[in-house]
Design a binder for this molecule. Structure first.
Ligand SMILES: NC(=O)c1ccc[n+]([C@@H]2O[C@H](COP(=O)([O-])OP(=O)(O)OC[C@H]3O[C@@H](n4cnc5c(N)ncnc54)[C@H](O)[C@@H]3O)[C@@H](O)[C@H]2O)c1
Length: 367
């Protein structure tokens, strides 16, 4: 592979470190410039990585930049993606793809008109943990999938996060924050969702911040903080998901898939590794199976996969805008179902991403 894709990174906050690290050894992408609303942040990051810092506008109109990596905050994802597409660049953003499916549809429509690609995190489903689970499922290790469970339950982030306010604002909550990992992992395993049911609540109308620097401040809760949902997959299985910022911890698994011939525990979808455990219908214990794919990938794998797709038009990228848009519609439908007292039939769909081939090195995503 001789040509590489030059990437301009917008949003030089916490997660940008992981993307800089992940792109270092890539054979297909290179971060060449960075920008942030806060120019000092962009300059710091640029100095750390020997690239140039510029304004957002300069980056969007930089002829060297082909792909914009959008690591801004969730409420800016759609607007920054639209600006990148308008400027003729491919766009890949952090999760969630948008704050609602209307916003996300506008991004997909513009990308289609401009014949550009859009992609979105999470890309953890390209890691060895999720791909090993996918491989086991595809080779029939648990027979036909029947059902799945997914849990992400905790007591919220106001005891440790320095500025936890956004978790409780509209567009926050445990589903839009962590749901993308869980719903994407389930779609990677079971395919697209047909309909959704949900019951949502907020156990507390206010949250007391105990972390510094806002300790003692009470913040209003504007979003559901305990969401129980059901998903009926087009392929037949049904899944139950619970995401919560209201509950004290209990040792629940992250994801379990039940099949006609056995049960599989799937690792934390917010990691690139983790153990996959199987119990066959005749077995008495859950046994860890060897990873079939490397666990040494990191954030940025989805951007690299999209770069292969740009350079080799013959295949679709896996962490795609369509997948992420479907995930947004699933997540927003839990609350819609709860408030309307009925199931929600989904309007969007997506293709189940192709499994990664066996035998790839951590820097490869194409055979
Ligand atoms: N921090 C994590 O561990 C983590 C993990 C996975 C995913 N994410 C996701 O990554 C995204 C960013 O999270 P973070 O923790 O890095 O946040 P952050 O607040 O540390 O950084 C976001 C940066 O984006 C900049 N920004 C905001 N709006 C902008 C705009 N319109 N134009 C240019 N710059 C803008 C901010 O100034 C800030 O520097 C979020 O969507 C989050 O869900 C974060």
């Amino acid at each position: 592979m001789s040509r590489i894709i030059n990437v301009g990174l917008i949003g030089c906050g916490n997660i940008s470190h992981a993307y800089f690290a992940g792109s270092k050894n890539s054979e297909i992408i290179k971060i060449v410039a960075c920008a942030d609303l806060d120019p000092a942040r962009a300059q710091t990051r640029a100095a750390e990585h020997g690239i140039r810092a510029c304004s957002v506008d300069e980056l969007l109109h930089d002829p060297e930049v082909e792909l914009v990596l959008n690591l801004t905050v969730p409420k800016a994802h759609a607007a920054v993606n639209l600006a990148a597409l308008k400027a003729g660049k491919h766009a890949y953003s952090e999760k969630p793809f948008a704050l609602n499916s209307r916003e996300g549809r506008a991004v997909l429509a513009l990308a289609q008109r401009k014949k550009l690609l859009v992609g979105c995190a999470p890309d953890t489903f390209l890691g060895g943990g999720q791909q090993t689970a996918r491989n086991a499922l595809d080779r029939g290790a648990i027979g036909q999938p029947i059902a799945a469970l997914a849990f992400m339950m905790c007591r919220g982030h106001e005891s440790w996060h320095p500025s936890p306010q956004f978790y409780y604002e509209k567009g926050g909550g445990p589903m839009f924050d962590m749901g993308p990992y869980y719903v994407t992992a389930l779609v990677n395993l079971l395919g697209p969702v047909r309909r959704v049911g949900g019951s949502t609540q907020s156990a507390f109308s206010k949250r007391l911040i105990t972390s510094q620097p806002f300790a003692g401040t009470k913040i209003p809760v504007e979003t559901p903080t305990h969401i129980t949902g059901t998903m009926d997959f087009v392929s037949g299985p049904t899944a139950t998901i619970v995401t919560s910022f209201d509950t004290w911890p209990y040792p629940l698994p992250c994801i379990v898939v039940f099949g006609t011939e056995g049960t599989m525990e799937v690792p934390d979808p917010n990691s690139f590794g983790g153990p996959v455990r199987l119990r066959s219908k005749d077995g008495k214990t859950y046994d860890e199976i060897p990873h079939t794919h490397t666990t040494e990938r990191g954030r940025g794998a989805g951007v690299a996969d999209m770069a292969y797709s740009i350079l080799r038009r013959r295949r679709a990228h896996r962490a795609s805008g369509r997948l992420a848009q479907h995930v947004v519609e699933v997540m927003e439908s839990f609350e819609k179902s709860s408030t309307t007292n009925r199931h929600v039939l989904l309007k969007s769909t997506c293709t189940r991403p192709a499994a990664l081939p066996l035998g790839l090195s951590p820097t490869q995503l194409d055979a």
